[in-house]
Design a protein around this ligand. Structure first.
Ligand code: SAH
Ligand code: AVI
Length: 334
């Protein structure tokens, strides 16, 4: 698709946002729904959570007492940002699944302090967050050039501009854990190709820990994660003319100890017949039948090293917090 916005000169620097989402992405939701709802274990991929409301709900999750990930990853970045910038000499950040990019400021501040900061490239399927972050950071960071990409990081990374110097690619929040293990390695291998000369990946991963702590993080007492989970049904209702009775589904989250991942599901509380008009599809749910909406893998340092090695990447530094709840890995092409 053609870019939708022309560059704009803003007080702080330049900002441009390019969108690569179009009719083929409505197709992507349609294909995922058709494929996912006709499987023996019904499933929808997590990227469809993030419409404007889903992105807001995710931001609310990040503030929850039970969701230790965000504050812990921020602490790790605050502790080591200067080291990361010194080791990489990064002049630009290409952030995958940037969302509202609150932790990214820590890196941008360290780059600004080192005098290397030139460009920020947020990449996200959520158009609202890319636009908001692009405007905000362009205003806040003097002389920063922001090149926003509204797109799918699994399909649109070939549209990125050429690096302007050493590139750092933050992929934070543990989003890599939302890939199943096989595609995770394939995706990481693909990232190696977009790092450019001297480029580094900065990968945030949640670590294996007490299952009660993990399960509480995905089933908070205020019910925000339940709302986030159920939101995907609103997305399908709105985008594909479906008639899910959202109130007749309940949120389920459990840690699969064998696979070492959290699974989120939506369970039908009673039998339900769902019509998806845009697909001319009728789907039956039996009472208590579950729809899987997300896996969120938890890592061990060894497992992470094996994934990076299998993807042709080498670990440069492994940063963690004192309680070893979360990790941020700096890696480069081997
Ligand atoms: N990096 C932020 C946000 C994490 S939430 C943080 O650490 O807090 C995951 C983000 O990835 C969301 O903003 C979501 O819209 C985005 N996302 C999920 N799947 C995506 C995909 N396939 N392509 C691009 N962005 C995606
Ligand atoms: C974005 N992603 C890594 C989050 C996670 O923890 O898997 C999404 C999320 N799902 C429930 N709570 C948060």
């Amino acid at each position: 698709m053609e870019p939708i916005d022309a560059p704009v000169q803003a007080p702080g620097g330049t900002v441009e946002v390019h969108s690569y989402l179009g009719p083929s992405d409505e197709r992507s939701l349609a294909d995922d729904v058709l494929d996912g709802l006709t499987r023996p274990l019904k499933e929808l991929p997590p990227k469809h959570f993030y419409d404007a409301r889903g992105s807001e709900l995710f931001d609310a999750i990040c503030e929850l007492p039970e969701y230790y990930q965000t504050r812990t990853e921020r602490l790790i970045l605050e502790t080591h940002a200067d080291d990361i910038v010194a080791r990489t000499g990064a002049v630009e950040l290409v952030e995958l699944g940037s969302g509202s990019a609150t932790k990214t400021r820590v890196l941008l501040d360290a780059m600004a302090a080192a005098g290397t900061l030139r460009r920020y490239i947020p990449v996200d399927v959520s158009a609202t967050t890319v636009h908001a972050v692009a405007e905000l950071f362009c205003d806040e960071y003097d002389g920063l050039s922001v090149y926003g990409v509204v797109g799918d990081f699994e399909r649109h990374l070939s549209h990125l501009p050429e690096p302007v110097g050493p590139r750092l690619v933050p992929f934070l929040g543990g989003t890599i854990g939302n890939f199943p293990p096989g595609s995770r390695r394939r995706f990481l291998r693909g990232l190696g190709k977009m790092l450019g000369p001297g480029g580094h990946l900065l990968l945030g991963t949640d670590l294996v820990k007490d299952p009660h702590v993990l399960e509480a993080a995905y089933d908070d007492s205020a019910g925000v994660t339940a709302q986030f989970n159920l939101n995907v049904l609103h997305v399908v209702n709105r985008e594909l003319g479906a008639n899910f009775d959202v109130d007749a589904f309940e949120h389920v989250a459990f840690f699969d100890r064998e696979r070492e991942w959290i699974e989120m599901r939506l369970r039908a509380t009673e039998p339900q017949q769902v019509r998806v008009e845009a697909l001319d599809l009728d789907v039956a749910f039996t009472a208590r039948e579950e729809l899987r909406t997300e896996i969120s893998a938890k890592f061990t340092p060894d497992g992470l090293g094996a994934d990076l090695a299998a993807a042709g990447l080498e670990l440069v530094e492994f940063y963690t917090d004192p309680d070893e709840l979360f990790a941020v890995s700096l890696a480069r092409v081997r």
